[in-house]
Design a binder for this molecule. Structure first.
Ligand SMILES: [Fe+2]
Ligand SMILES: [Fe+2]
Length: 360
């Protein structure tokens, strides 16, 4: 499927091969995926011999035409991540679970409803029918693939689109708090960095997925349009009610944890054979400091899911706080170190967020 292989075999797939692949793609996907061929490029569909690395990112593949090649200059050797990622242990990541915070207040309910509407719309647009696919897969795997097509390509399309919009809320919130602090000549109490770091982390998710796939013109237009609408909607929502906006992102991240949990479960159940032996790209290994022996596609999804669970916790916690006065619990030093408190890593997980009384 996705491949460095396409690039290694020659920087450009021959016209004849491309035509054949597109023909295959059309044939395969008019029922399966429901997207135009330009949504993902033809080279994704090339099969790779077993045992070959599926992603390009290593220096040994210097001849590969990469989607976004490494920048190399005369003097700069490498550019480190501005926000080093905290280290997660395999046990901590395995302990991440699907969770839901009950909507108590009126604003919680508005936030939850908005997420449900968005989720429904996206499911329809991307033909995402996970439950139906799993159910039918038990009795007739071939029919499940034909009808609902829960496959690697479809998940990848969804992941790229979702990650391309996921990096917006933290940036909008961070930007508005930054401007607010300067305009009102007041301290921000440490929220801005966590919000910007969240959007940076989401962009890293996107960059990692872009090492595995190359979006076509249709996908690019979708992302362009979605970003324009999404940024402005969040901008006004955050001005009107930052608390509701954080709750909304908290619920959105609940859905992200569900989506990645399903992908991990599908790998374990053998429904995503192309991902089973895939290795994580170098950009991911560097960013998460993935240890030897834990660098597969499944491991990568565990890291990303853990990040989403942290966003879920952070935004639900922010939604519980006084937006103007309270310090950021994730950037604070606590008087009592023994008592569990919010952290940047997964030491003390609180999936539905920390209540204000527990942390302030
Ligand atoms: Fe993400
Ligand atoms: Fe997220």
């Amino acid at each position: 499927m996705i491949s460095t292989q396409a690039a290694t075999c020659g920087s450009v797939v021959s016209k004849r091969a491309s035509a054949q692949l597109l023909k295959t793609f059309n044939g395969l996907n008019t029922t399966n995926i429901g997207f135009r061929p330009t949504f993902i490029v033809a080279r994704q569909l090339q099969s790779i011999p077993a045992g070959r690395q599926h992603f390009s990112s290593t220096s040994s593949s210097s001849s590969i035409t990469e989607f976004f090649p490494k920048k190399e200059t005369e003097k700069v050797r490498r550019t480190e991540a501005a926000w080093p990622h905290p280290v997660y242990t395999p046990e901590q990541m395995a302990a991440v679970t699907v969770a839901h915070r009950e909507a108590k207040s009126y604003s919680d309910k508005v936030a939850l409803l908005a997420v449900k509407v968005l989720r429904f719309g996206l499911d329809v647009a991307t033909g995402y029918k996970h439950d139906k696919a799993v159910k039918l897969n038990k009795s007739d795997p071939a029919a499940a693939t034909m009808k609902y097509s829960m496959n690697e390509q479809k998940y990848m399309i969804r992941n790229v689109f979702l990650e391309s919009v996921a990096g917006v809320p933290g940036m909008v919130a961070g930007m508005l708090r930054h401007l607010h602090s300067m305009r009102r000549m007041k301290r921000d109490n440490g929220w801005i960095e966590t919000l910007l770091e969240e959007s940076y982390n989401e962009r890293m998710h996107l960059l990692v997925f872009l090492k595995m796939t190359e979006p076509g013109l249709f996908m690019r237009l979708m992302v362009l349009g979605a970003q324009g609408v999404w940024f402005n909607a969040l901008f006004f929502a955050y001005l009107i009610s930052p608390r509701t906006a954080h709750r909304f992102v908290g619920y959105l991240e609940e859905e992200a944890v569900i989506t990645y949990t399903r992908q991990i479960d599908d790998i374990d159940a053998g429904r995503l054979p192309k991902w089973e032996k895939m290795e994580a790209p170098e950009i991911a290994i560097d960013y998460w400091k993935m240890p030897e022996g834990h660098r597969t596609m499944r491991d990568l999804l565990l890291y990303i899911r853990a990040d989403e669970s942290k966003h879920r916790e952070v935004n639900h916690t922010f939604g519980n706080l006084n937006q103007k006065e309270d310090p950021n619990p994730y950037a604070s030093e606590y008087k009592n170190h023994e008592k569990p408190h919010p952290t940047k890593d997964l030491t003390h997980m609180r999936p539905t967020g920390w209540e204000r009384n527990d942390v302030i």
